[in-house]
Design a protein around this ligand. Structure first.
Ligand code: F6R
Length: 261
């Protein structure tokens, strides 16, 4: 696990955007795993800017979003279909037939999850998985207690997550209780993970994920077992880390052969 601490969320998002761009330039038909929520918004803005200003080409890229609320129509402003379309897909040259998001309106959820899994396999697996972190330590919508080997399936949100996400529901619509989410097994099978976490509200979950014991009670801690996980933090979210000075020294003093940005 490489822990990268920068003063602001903006600066950490810039590093994330450069890593995603490098992945796409090195492998134009990369498969990206994508997250939603507040955390990756800046990352998507920066990728859009790179597309417009530098010609970063998404035409051969495939994407798989981590999750979607069950019962929200894709046109609902808080559905992840809508958010991804507005914030990202409509602004880059990504092929819609290669942009996948779980279908929260699926009649047969189990069959849909199985076909989502097949589509990930058919795309060659996920090269780079973007992740946010729940204030309760969740990854995707894998709430505490989720199986560490899980794959795409239905999950029930905790009240904490529902209350954290109320801010995205401005039309009086309640935050759904149920979601479809890729599992922790999917995340572990991805070839590289980029976990982003910003703000003081994430500090405890970050400390537990990065420096605590690996446990299903803190899904983020599973990344300690991932062979290629980078954790991008701002000063606030990193504020409870015991080895923060060490991580910062390591990042600033990388040998030249190891610097990749
Ligand atoms: C959303 C997702 C979630 C969020 C997490 C943090 O696709 O996978 O794990 O990343 O709930 O949400 P924000 O970024 O809104 O704090």
């Amino acid at each position: 696990m490489e822990v990268i601490i920068l003063p602001t969320a903006e600066e950490a998002s810039e590093v994330a955007a450069r890593l995603v761009a490098r992945q796409i330039r090195e492998k134009p038909d990369s498969t990206l795993g994508l997250a939603t929520g507040g955390t990756p918004c800046k990352l998507y803005q920066l990728l859009v800017r790179m597309h417009q200003a530098e010609g970063l080409d998404f035409s051969r890229v495939s994407t798989f979003n981590l999750d979607e609320y069950i019962g929200l129509d894709p046109s609902h402003p808080a559905s992840y279909h809508r958010v991804m379309e507005v914030d990202f897909f409509s602004q880059v040259n990504i092929a819609r037939e290669r942009s996948h998001i779980p279908d929260g309106m699926a009649k047969d959820v189990r069959a849909h999850c199985a076909s989502y899994e097949r589509a990930i396999k058919d795309a060659g697996g996920i090269d780079l998985q973007v992740l946010g972190l729940g204030s309760d330590g969740h990854l995707g919508f894998n709430e505490p207690g989720s199986s560490l080997a899980s794959h795409t399936r239905i999950k029930t949100l905790t009240e904490r997550t529902r209350s954290d996400n109320e801010r995205f529901f401005t039309d009086g619509h309640e935050v759904p209780h149920h979601v479809i989410t890729m599992g922790l097994g999917n995340i572990m099978e991805s070839r590289m993970c980029l976990l982003l976490a910003f703000g003081i509200g994430k500090a405890q979950a970050v400390a537990a994920s990065v420096e605590g014991p690996v446990t299903a009670s803190v899904p983020g801690s599973l990344l300690q077992f991932h062979p290629r996980a980078k954790v991008l933090l701002d000063a606030e979210s990193a504020s409870l880390l015991i080895r923060s000075d060490y991580y910062q020294w390591v990042y600033k003093n990388k040998p030249i052969w190891q610097t990749h940005l």
